[in-house]
Design a protein around this ligand. Structure first.
Ligand SMILES: Cc1cc2nc3c(=O)[nH]c(=O)nc-3n(C[C@H](O)[C@H](O)[C@H](O)COP(=O)(O)O)c2cc1C
Length: 173
């Protein structure tokens, strides 16, 4: 069991091509639950995980991220599910908690047989008027701060091979 967890941590890779099929509720819930068990500063759990699956909102979030980049591209690579991670006002360890939550979900996705990729620019997306309008539409506070986001779905590619790890990654003193 211990080995299996370590293998998941080592073998998860960023997936950048997805099948159109939606993931199952069971798979989604496994990923989300893993996110909620991530460590948070002082155990505040001051993170809000927002799941986007309707084709309309997936397209809107994809377009919003592309707008931040300033290019006509699909930053979420056609994934049928997008997960947005926000910090709430009471979350005093800011990005760190959200990053921990997102990392747990990426690893859980791989363990559940799914593909995923961390996608940047969540903060900038929800600073834009269109982002704030979406938060309002979703019944969420407009002062939520975007921390991280991820593409999630069934991989439509071979499992990528990781780059060799840097030799000076670890320093023992
Ligand atoms: C903070 C952060 C932001 C990232 N943003 C993006 C992104 O916008 N688009 C993307 O394709 N990958 C993004 N990635 C994925 C990294 O490019 C990827 O993790 C890295 O190349 C290592 O590959 P691996 O995850 O397969 O080990 C991001 C990763 C992190 C941690």
């Amino acid at each position: 069991m211990k080995k299996e967890a370590l293998e998941v941590l080592k073998n998860r890779r960023a997936i950048r091509k997805y099948k159109a099929d939606q993931i199952t509720e069971e798979e989604l819930n496994a990923v989300l639950e893993a996110g909620t068990f991530a460590p948070t500063g002082a155990g505040t759990q001051g993170v809000k995980i927002v799941v986007v699956q309707s084709p309309e909102y997936v397209a809107k979030v994809d377009a919003l991220n592309a707008k931040v980049i300033g290019k006509d591209i699909h930053p979420y690579y056609g994934a049928p599910t997008i997960i947005l991670v926000f910090e709430t006002a009471e979350c005093f360890t800011h990005e760190l908690d959200g990053a921990a939550v997102c990392t747990n979900m990426l690893n859980a996705a791989y363990a559940a047989g799914l593909g995923s990729c961390w996608i940047h620019r969540c903060k900038q997306m929800f600073e834009l008027e269109e982002g704030k309008a979406l938060l309002k539409e979703w019944g969420l506070p407009e002062d939520l701060v975007g921390v991280a986001s991820m593409a999630l779905g069934y991989a439509d590619c071979e499992q990528p091979v990781p780059k060799p790890r840097k030799e000076d990654y670890i320093v023992r003193v």
